[in-house]
Design a protein. Sequence first.
Length: 646
Amino acid sequence: MNVSSSRPITRKRDRLACTECRRRKLKCDRSLPCDTCLRRDKGPFCAYEAANEPRVQTEAESRLQRLEGIINQLVSGEARSKPAATATSKDHPFLGAGHEDEVFSADETSEPAAATFNGATHWSAISREIDGLRELIAPSDLGIDEGKPVSHDTGLDMLLGESKPSTLSELLAALLPRRREVDSLTSAYFRSRTVCAPFIHSSQFRTLYRDFWANPTATSPLWVSMLFSICHIASNTLRPKTLDGPVSNRFSAAAARCLVIGKYFKPKRFSVESLLLYVQSQCLTCQNMPAAIGTLFGILMRLATGMGYHREPDTVRYSPFEQEMRRRTWSLCMQLDLLTSFHLGLPSCTQFPTWDTQPPRNLRDSDFNEQSLELPPSRPESEHTEILLYIVKHKFTIVFEKILRYSLSATKSNDLDELCALDKELKDVFDDLPEDFRPRAMTDSIVDSPATIVTRLCVSFIYNKAICALHRPYVTKHRPESQLACYEAGMNLVNSFTDAYSQLLPGGQAESERWFMSSITWHDLLLGSTVLCFVLWTDQRHQQFLPDKLIVLQALAKVSSIIVEQADWHVSETGRVHRLLQATIARFSESGTTSNNCIQNWTGYGIEQSESSALYGAGDETPDFANDSAWADLQLLMGISSDFGT
């Protein structure tokens, strides 16, 4: 008898049915997903098992199983060992004091920038010895084919957009303009440093840009997304056009599709930067910020934290150039996250006590590059560089986040000591501003560049809306100091905007910076106006704080006029605020019947009554403030109690 014939014959066959059809013993057409799964709404779970392969136990695999068993005991609290922590520090000498349990990990096939950050609560922080087996066991030897997706599909990838079949080559063929147009838009973007993201280094970008045009389809889709976002910003904020022109979203849509193609939700090179630039482009160009921006920031901040951007870069893993660019990226992440969270009335996605990344240095792009062996010393803040605005905003962000957390706390505190401490900390940052960033009237800015004018306004707006957020809860408690603080901050917001408004229009001194009229700044104008109305109405009953009502009404009338002029551009909240302004002007004017004349006389923009009524219906009388639904909405928006009156 032939010995070989006595051995069982095993064949490596692929399964002829998907896992769902095999489990239910149904007919399967071997599509992906198959028709049976589609009819049963099981499309996301349709998957096929690969052929079984014999597995040979090796000494290394035995060691791996033994170590995994030890780790499970450690995780369950059955055993702990100090040598494990010692080995962690030894294997990773770049981890400083207090970071022994924090580890960066990455696949062997991953790019260097794709490292993921694992804190002390992650199991991999304990299992440093397993990493030593990588030379003995290849990834395929562990029974996982890293070139194929895992068969247990929960639908998460489909939810995040992976199901779209577009390829980068198809997208570029359909949406990429001629190089001459892209060159023009890119050049305009880098000339306007007020909108240029600080984490885009001009020298590095030039190299990557040249490589892209040499072979577009070989470029990372995430970097291509950044290029489309740059084109979107440049085409909608920097090219001459009237404010009433529609925003073109073709480049923005292309950037979003590139994010999906590049699987932006996975830690890899450019994943954080591309998503951050896309979100920034929406903040700079959108007229009314959608709530989905807040969701994107949740993904962005989790992704950035997972890749370790929240930790000061170590000098072993990253070059001096990479360290500085990571600092710039994290700083802008925090700033935009805080501003959009405040805009949407939500807590920040950043867990501020958990990060220790240093602020960026005050350096020009020409001061360092990818070949730099060390970073030069930071320039003094008296020297205006492209990054200085973000450094100043970084300082305000740290205090503003404390104020936002204080204001949104579920347990309302009456601790005046905390209020005064936050107020002092905020004012100390403001008092230390470089001279170029201190507030200045437009009449005193005649020789300043549009970029300088707008950077001053940005800093002023951050400071004043932080004051409003901090002191607003104490206005209803009739604390005179808080009433005065909100009054002054609201007047600063309104007067600064109305003073600069005409210069931001076509033909004005700051026409090239019209992005300043975007959703975040527009929301600041509405906030300042609402705060002034708030102060007037709360003061009406208790008569403890009496600002010059005529000056306030004149300021509110100017805002009312601007709202009407921009009614087609900003639609979401302006109608409600406009009704609030009209009701306030009518109530606090000497005679309610002359309020429209007051509006006509006080504004320099020539609003007509027919235009003002367009926001809430022609022929309507001035709404009753106390019973108006818009006031109820504003009560919810600002947390205003309804015990003060009419």
